[in-house]
Ligand binder design. Structure first.
Ligand SMILES: NC(=O)CC[C@H](N)C(=O)O
Length: 368
């Protein structure tokens, strides 16, 4: 290897608290963000294109990432959302993809140590310098310029559609107003698969915008950052609760809780993975779920009942009100990547708008 080639592979990760870890560059550039980890051993294309990872640096705890290639059919949006990527070993397929996308990536570092640190200290700020100009100082500079997750007040604008997009206008199912706070493509697909008409509207849609689409149901999507920064979506919930059924996934659950008298808080290191056990308190049934969140509902408020909880830490995983026709989930029932145990959430949601689906779906085809 020549000196120049060695330099091209240089990388440093600076972590809150002062530590700088040496790594190998797999996609060059500088990056900063909140350092989080996922324990998912599959679904790296879905994770990397999940808009909920905006402004974060994603560490994979599973050591080998990329072993079944990169295919667009599995993407959840049109671009990679984490600001940077960290893994023990990235394949060339993933490294090439991230290079094309301009998202810095590093490997050949002790990710077990990194993940243990996040579990002990909580999600941390982080700076990455990768490639020819990388030095520990550059990584530290990036770290110093980090902005706390809750201070990314305009994060919705970075991930939402710019204007309304209507899918399946002639569908037989209910008309869903999907508030796009950074929606995963397979949430839209899961609704379309059940023949709903879906109007995807921007995260800051107003009551006047919603009136123009005249929905049968309001659906608040997943999304990045602090749910308290999605005030417009909360205002819609406040306006329509009791007159329209309301559903939400992940950030959607948090926004609905905040709008209806509850509260949210930041978790220490969140839930990110594909084997999070959730118990339904009404049926006592446990399902395995896909998750990606760093905030949680702290108090559901008086109007919502906690109907599902995380088996590991008892945090609220499902909120419902039979009187108000509200149903939300903290995990990702669209299940991309799987497991597929909770797909019938979409049947339950459409039923709130008076529509009977065939049920029994085994996985949603993608729109992207
Ligand atoms: N996937 C999501 O919708 C994430 C919600 C929120 N940004 C959180 O981290 O808790």
């Amino acid at each position: 290897m020549t000196d120049a080639a060695a330099d091209d592979r240089t990388a440093y990760v600076a972590i809150e608290g002062g530590r700088v870890v040496e790594a190998r560059s797999r996609a060059p550039g500088r990056a900063r963000g909140e350092l989080v980890f996922t324990t998912a051993y599959t679904g790296y294309e879905e994770s990397l294109t999940d808009p909920s990872y905006e402004e974060q640096i994603l560490t994979f705890s599973y050591p080998l990432i990329g072993n079944y290639g990169v295919r667009e059919e599995r993407f959840e949006s049109e671009r990679v959302h984490p600001r940077g990527v960290v893994a023990r070993e990235l394949t060339d397929d993933v490294a090439d993809w991230l290079t094309e996308e301009g998202v810095p990536a590093v490997d050949h570092l002790d990710t077990r140590d990194l993940v243990t640190g996040i579990r002990e200290e909580g999600a941390m700020e982080c700076g990455i310098a990768a490639g020819p100009d990388a030095t520990p100082e550059v990584a530290r500079e990036e770290l110093e310029r980090c902005v706390a997750m809750s201070d990314h007040t305009d994060i919705g604008e970075q991930v939402s559609v710019p204007g309304r997009e209507t899918h399946n206008p002639d569908g037989d199912g209910p008309r869903v107003g999907l508030i796009d706070c950074g929606a995963k493509g397979s949430i839209v697909s899961s609704l379309l698969e059940r023949d709903a008409v879906v109007d995807v509207v921007p995260y800051d849609a107003t009551v006047a915008d919603i009136e123009r689409t005249d929905p049968d149901l309001l659906f608040i999507s997943n999304g990045p950052g602090d749910p308290e920064n999605f005030e417009a979506a909360a205002a819609l919930v406040d306006e329509y609760v009791g007159s329209l059924p309301i559903a939400g996934i992940c950030l959607g659950q948090q926004v609905v809780a905040n709008a209806l008298g509850g509260s949210t808080e930041k978790m220490e290191f969140g839930h990110r993975g594909v084997n999070q056990p959730v118990r339904d308190l009404r049926t006592n049934r446990v399902v395995m779920t896909t998750q990606n969140h760093g905030y949680t509902v702290a108090e559901p408020g008086d109007r919502l009942e906690v109907t599902q909880v995380n088996v590991n830490d008892d945090t609220p995983e499902g909120l419902e009100s039979d009187d108000l026709d509200v149903i939300t989930r903290q995990y990702h029932p669209e299940a991309n990547p799987g497991p597929n145990d909770s797909l019938d959430f979409f049947d339950d949601v459409l039923e709130l708008a008076g529509y009977e689906t065939e049920r029994g779906a085994t996985g949603a085809p993608k729109t992207t």
